[in-house]
Design a protein around this ligand. Structure first.
Ligand code: CS2
Length: 502
């Protein structure tokens, strides 16, 4: 891509070029005129996943009802990159949906404004407090919820103390200097201002792969309020802010340069905010709202009283299998999940994890046949058009494994069974951390908030690797780490894998 392509408004997607892009063959959307939308939803965590998932459901819901009040203000995380890509495009971007049988490109109009907290904290806090904002959703990843082992706010985590102080000042009506340090701290500050300025009821909709994400987020914000000496603010939080837990599902790989080039040909111009996704998309939302919300059920979402069975089934069936394939696949030199799942031995391990270990721990959500669900997940993983990389899914393993795999392990051990395929998943993670390279000697990046500790713990002789890793108290609950049968199973798999990737 040349510099003049980058800099020219004429050759990049934006409101000024939208009509031309939308008229191209093979391009659909936006389904509503973006100029008519006002912001009613603030989203924290403007990554690819939000743009390919909640933003699509929200635009579809608004289109189905003709409501214009559900434009989105998207707030980035620590990096300004996405805001810098999307602001010059007036928030417009496209979703490239891919499978072997299908390729489609849809321009999205629901994202009406973007902000980077590093420079726009005040603007975001104002939007969180504005009466027109009725919903705040989040995709801030597992590590964005600073929680202790028992699920309360972890005040020792970086930035939490600073954000509690900022909330205290906000509640006193004092000017707060500087950006919020954490995403939930930013939300807490916004809620503080909303309380002070009487902005009205609000619903928080967490969209991360965490069990009971609604309840967890409510606990963390209540703890924020209590630590800041909340008083009446705490009462208001109880009465006026609702938390709707959700299960979210759509495979959204990182956008590759080749995707951007392909899209440029279709659009006839560049789209620096492009996201790529599979055709499948699912959203199950707890019916617990304090005020207005988009009619997401008219866009194919399920709004239900009991979201938990869906969340647990998805985490244990899909995400656990994903992680298993990511670590085993990466070690064997497979760049993508699709390559990994087409290896017969890995496919077999994934099936065993689902059928032998996970399904016995689950209560099937209404209308779901678990073995069929499992197979449909493996079919989706096999989509070769996505290019979803094993190292992308492998990141943040110390956060993901406890949520995806260790709950299954604990339940099976409590039932008197040793879950062998789950032990293999844990072993593959340990060897992935220890080896740091695949069978062909290529480096495997370790991207994990505990990365330094993990590498230091894993370092040393092959013998004893699993014992050293089991001592990581922040990762392994005691009931799991101290179970002899499970330790033996993991130890055996670790030795086999070390031998395989030698
Ligand atoms: C994946 C998920 O990166 C990962 O860890 O397991 O992002 C997965 O693709 C989504 O949860 C699918 O809904």
């Amino acid at each position: 891509m040349t510099a003049d392509v980058d800099s020219s408004r004429e050759t990049t997607l934006s409101l000024a070029t939208l009509d031309r892009a939308a008229a191209r063959p093979g391009v659909t959307g936006p389904t509503m005129d973006p100029r008519e939308l006002t912001v009613g939803l603030v989203h924290l965590g403007l990554g690819a996943f939000h743009r390919a998932h909640q933003a699509v459901f929200t635009e579809d819901a608004a289109t189905a009802t003709g409501q214009t009040r559900w434009g989105i203000l998207g707030v980035t995380g620590r990096s300004a990159a996405v805001a810098d890509q999307l602001a010059p495009q007036d928030g417009l971007y496209s979703v490239l949906t891919r499978s072997p049988r299908q390729r489609s490109l849809r321009i999205m109009g629901s994202l009406r404004a973007v902000a980077f907290p590093g420079r726009d904290t005040e603007r975001v806090v104002d939007a969180l407090a504005a009466p027109g904002t009725a919903v705040v959703s989040t995709t801030i990843t597992e590590k964005g919820y600073p929680r202790t082992g028992t699920g309360g706010l972890d005040c020792r985590q970086a930035g939490v103390g600073v954000d509690i102080d900022a909330l205290r000042q906000e509640l006193l009506g004092q000017h707060v200097e500087g950006a919020a340090a954490t995403a939930l701290g930013l939300l807490a500050r916004g809620l503080g201002r909303r309380f002070r300025l009487d902005g009205g009821p609000l619903t928080v909709v967490p969209c991360d792969n965490l069990p009971s994400n609604g309840r967890l987020t409510r606990t963390l914000l209540t703890d924020f309020a209590e630590q800041a000496g909340g008083g009446r603010f705490q009462d208001w939080l109880q009465e006026s802010v609702a938390f709707a837990g959700t299960m979210v599902d759509r495979i959204v790989p990182a956008t590759a340069e080749a995707d951007r080039r392909e899209t440029q040909k279709i659009l006839g111009m560049a789209d620096h905010g492009l996201v790529v996704a599979e055709p499948f998309g699912q959203w199950v939302i707890e019916d617990n709202f304090a005020g207005a919300r988009p009619a997401w059920e008219q866009a194919g979402a399920t709004v239900t009283r009991d979201v938990e069975p869906f969340e647990v089934a998805k985490l244990r069936m899909l995400n656990a299998t994903h992680s298993l394939l990511a670590y085993l696949g990466a070690l064997r030199g497979f760049a993508t999940i699709a390559e990994a799942v087409s290896d017969p031995a890995l496919l077999d391990a994934a099936r065993r994890l689902q059928r032998e270990d996970v399904i016995p721990t689950l209560e099937a959500p209404e209308g779901m046949d678990l073995p069929t669900y499992g197979e449909s997940i493996l079919d989706r993983f096999a989509n070769p058009a996505l290019g979803h990389t094993t190292v992308q899914v492998a990141m943040d393993g110390s956060e993901k494994l406890p949520i995806r795999v260790l709950g299954t392990v604990a339940d099976r051990l409590a039932a008197g069974a040793v879950p062998e395929a789950a032990a293999l998943a844990v072993a593959a993670w340990m060897v992935f951390v220890h080896r740091g390279r695949d069978v062909d000697g290529r480096d495997l990046a370790l991207n994990d908030p505990l990365g330094v500790t993990l590498r230091a713990t894993a370092a040393g002789p092959d013998a004893g690797l699993s014992a050293r890793m089991f001592a990581l108290a922040g990762v392994f609950p005691r009931a799991v780490a101290e179970h002899d049968g499970f330790r033996d199973a993991v130890g055996r798999h670790v030795q086999d894998l070390l031998h395989e990737v030698r």
